[in-house]
Design a protein around this ligand. Sequence first.
Ligand code: FES
Ligand code: MG
Length: 572
Amino acid sequence: MTALRSSAWFDGDDEVALAHRVAVRMGGGEIEQGERRPIVAVIDTSSDANPCNLPLRELAEHVRRGVTDAGGTAMVMPAMSLGEDLMKPSAMLYRNLLSMEVEELLRANPIDGVVLLTNCDKTTPGALMGAISSDLPTIQIIGGNRPAPVFDGRELGTGTDLWREMDRYRSGEIDRTEWRRFEACYACGTGSCNTAGTASSMAMIVEALGFALPGASTVQAGQGPSRDVSYETGRRIVAMIDEGLTPSRILSEASLRNAARILQSVGGSTNAVIHLAAIAGRAGIVFGPEQVAAAGAGVPVIADVQPSGAGLMRELDRAGGVPSLVFELGDLIEPEPVTCTGKSLRASGRAPLAANESSAAIRTVSDPIVAGPAIRAVSGTLAPGSAVIKAAASDPRLWRHRGPALVFHGYDEMRERTQDLDLDVTADHVLVLSGCGPVGVPGMPEWGMIPIPKRLLQQGVTDMVRISDARMSGTSFGTVFLHVSPEGAVGGPIALVRDGDMISVDVEAGSIELEVSPEELDRRRGEWVPPVSAHLRGWPLLYQQHVEQADRGADLDFLTAPTAAHRRRVDP
Ligand code: FES
Ligand code: MG
């Protein structure tokens, strides 16, 4: 066994070590001298304000059992919960704060290894980023997907079906009574969204990176397997401490490429592109939209799950989850990176469990749901950094398009004008939303899926080109270019677009161009007035002063590695 970090707190006969041992005993643990039990932090992000994470509350005790049985001492520690539904302007504003909380909890306390209990979109990357910065042995538990509600005999996918019903309601296809009836059905229990939105995308990425046991990332909330995997995870972290299996041994460019391929193979969330860049940044690795798109070369969408496919996460889990995706992707998964099991991701591969032919949740590379890559990067005069698009959930007829801009400068304006039946707009227009990037709002809310103007909805238009510096929900769809960087609030070209400017996009060529002369753009730049922030103090101010652009993961500049404070292991 390698020397325990926590020994710095407990070894010795002086009054300080004595007080430390007593504190642990008063908390329900036991500290012996000599052959000591490693201490495992069980970071619990459950909260009544975040129903997605509530299943974790029960799982923490199963982790504790596993840790104890394997010879460790578990300390359950609550950490802030980032609930996607309730937090305004966006839970994303707090992802980096959670990462700091986790890192500092680990730094300040006598911890030898950590189990992260997370579920909803931002808790999963946020907690992992903090643990990577600590470089203590780390393993993650996912709380699982919520059950599917049934509406008019049809199972609903979270998010994806809400957006569809919203369009039906706005177009007048369903009335207010129907809309209310939909609301009553939509509340279906705790757990994460049951589609391949951001939460499930990030869960599968965590497993593919090597930070969760094989099959653990697609468990269903509140069911037996989630308890079993929690117990096994508790046992495994104790062994990882013994083996010195730290994040710096698990996270590499190759493990990031493997994770990006799993994301591409499920047609997952565009938000995951930002989180992958931030996770990589904590280890000093550059892994932005270009790298995610490049890793996706030759990777088709093989998971039949919404929003890129038709099914729910439950079916993907039943078919074998990530180990079966790994199996089907074969040589597309690189063999080297080691995972929390001590073995490679490839070694976890197993053949999918066959459903009947017509409803296979995991298809083969030669017979995919959609040709890949699902998520692509573009750049050009409108987005000199980059922008991303989930091609798999958009209309290929719009991938190459040229049209006049119709610009919205904020959320309220966008909501109001898209409802206006007199809005001067055609299906050829390119809708642009600026000022909603990481600095702009702050926290880069999910406003990027600009609603199709009501006037066009009534004409039967279901998709059109939309461009913004915001994000969109992982469960959303449409020909939407997101995460334009640099964003409008820092003076990116998207801030300079005016109504009627011609914009051309070409997904296959990877381009996004604002057809305005450099001289005219310079002139507009000279007139451009930076927005004045409403935030004068506290976290939002600190965030706006230090957040990086989306293509760098929207992390805070002083949290990325290497910095003066960065070490391979947090020292007491
Ligand atoms: Fe929490 Fe989707 S809103 S997982
Ligand atoms: Mg979401």
